[in-house]
Write a protein that binds this ligand. Structure first.
Ligand code: HAM
Length: 418
């Protein structure tokens, strides 16, 4: 037997309604916030992520699925959605569209991580990206969209944590302070962080190694190094959030694991799903479009991990609406009545009514049992008498009530009995 690759999951037919529920909720929140779907390829040129996500990030150094294609190009399966959307924004000249440009996506992502609860190698994100506005209300709106999505799903207890990691100029000063702080500790830090020390000291803050985490605990905080503009921006984002009644805590340790962020960063964190508690993360990234060769276009967005949300919903007993069931099961007894049942069922399907009949040559009793198992709302049996009279009885399974009608009226009946 060939097994599924480590860190991936099948979504089986009996479970897919949960996924569809999440995806429908995502699409309806997106519609309410005026976001339009963007679809970009699952794979991109590796260079996009090196430049976009950042060469010193864990994602790029350890986790990417990178391979050479038959044409000798280095290709990478997308580890996240933002870089591909940014590439598409530039390549398709979307800077010329009316701003802000508001987009969303539902996409698989790939990271070679050690699998555990809520952490997979193939996972799925609902993300949004808004281009063109540097205004703090846009940050607040994006955060509110994330919060609305979680609320719509009935998720409670995901705490919103926010921070600002400033712009290039305040970051330069902060990096100097970090280097000063980390220099005497370098020997006790992991090889990756020693490398980050020169290239990108901010990344050290996000290191998961125990030794580095201990050292990092005493490091200077970015909030103390914000320039006046960034500070005012952050204050204003907080003001807009409060105006919407969104509760948050400021967590000065959030720096996010990807390099493109500037100013606002945020995460929704739950304690109900174990170590991988971040169900949603995002922030502003005003430099990414320029970094990738586009103009000076500010942007802000987030992505939520759908597997983590499902886990959280299952763990906290959030109810999913029941999946749809067949409206009617039509049973036949012998060749001519089975043919009639087959015709009725398929006629109903064409008109948009979900209907079922036998495909296993079962007895009428066994067909009833099956109809019950699949949750059919009504069951009709076509026998010789029914065939002759052109009418049948629909039995409502929920309460046993029966309804007599000609075959031709079944559609109208079901349409009107919702
Ligand atoms: P991220 O924090 O790397 O941000 O990922 C966003 C979400 O994806 C996480 O909060 C988590 O729920 C989910 N996730 C990440 N890795 C895994 C994994 N291995 N298994 C399961 N779920 C996972 C980004 O990807 C940014 N592109 C978000 C963004 C959009 N920022 C601005 N715009």
């Amino acid at each position: 037997m060939i097994n599924i690759p480590k860190g991936t999951k099948d979504v089986l037919p009996e479970q897919s309604y949960k996924w569809q529920y999440l995806e429908d909720a995502a699409r309806s929140v997106a519609a309410a916030f005026g976001l339009k779907e963007i679809r970009t390829p699952v794979f991109e040129h590796t260079e996009l992520f090196l430049r976009g996500v950042g060469e010193t990030t864990d994602v790029v150094t350890k986790e990417m699925y990178t391979f050479e294609d038959k044409g000798g190009r280095s290709i990478t399966l997308k580890p996240e959605g933002t870089a591909g959307v940014a590439r598409s924004f530039i390549e398709n000249g979307l800077a010329n569209s009316p701003m802000p440009l508001k987009s969303y996506y539902l996409t698989p992502c790939y990271r070679y991580e050690r699998p555990q609860a809520g952490r997979l190698r193939e996972f799925h994100q609902f993300g949004i990206e808004v281009y063109g506005s540097a205004q703090p209300e846009t940050d607040a709106e994006v955060i509110f969209a994330a919060s609305s999505f979680l609320n719509k799903l009935g998720i409670k207890g995901a705490r919103l944590e926010i921070n600002s990691i400033g712009c290039k100029s305040c970051r330069a000063e902060y990096n100097r302070a970090l280097k000063e702080y980390f220099r005497p500790h370098l020997d006790g830090m992991c090889a990756n962080c020693r490398d980050r020390f020169d290239k990108n000291p901010l990344r050290i803050i996000d290191c998961k190694e125990e030794a580095c985490r201990k050292i990092t605990a005493g490091a200077p905080k970015i909030l103390d190094y914000l320039c006046p503009d960034c500070r005012a921006h952050f204050e204003s984002v907080k003001g807009y959030l409060s105006a919407l009644g969104v509760e948050y805590t400021v967590n000065p340790d959030i720096v996010r694991g990807l390099d493109y962020y500037t100013r606002t960063v945020f995460e929704f964190v739950s304690t109900a799903i174990g170590a991988q508690g971040t169900v949603c993360g995002g922030g502003r990234y005003d430099g990414l479009i320029a970094e990738l060769g586009g103009g000076n276009v500010p942007a802000v967005g987030f992505a939520a991990g759908l597997e983590r949300l499902l886990l959280l919903m299952d763990n906290t007993g959030v109810e999913f609406p029941a999946p749809p069931v067949p409206r009617v099961y039509v049973a036949g007894m012998d060749e001519p009545t089975r043919k009639k049942a087959f015709g009725i069922v398929n006629g109903l399907r064409v008109k948009g009514i979900s209907a079922e009949c036998d495909h296993m040559a079962r007895s009428v009793k066994a067909q009833f049992k099956y109809a019950d198992k699949i949750g059919a709302e009504y069951v009709a049996v076509i026998g010789g008498n029914e065939l002759e009279s052109g009418s049948c009885t629909l039995k409502r399974m929920r309460d046993g009530q029966t309804f007599d009608m000609p075959f031709a009226d079944i559609y109208e009946f079901l349409k009107n009995n919702i």
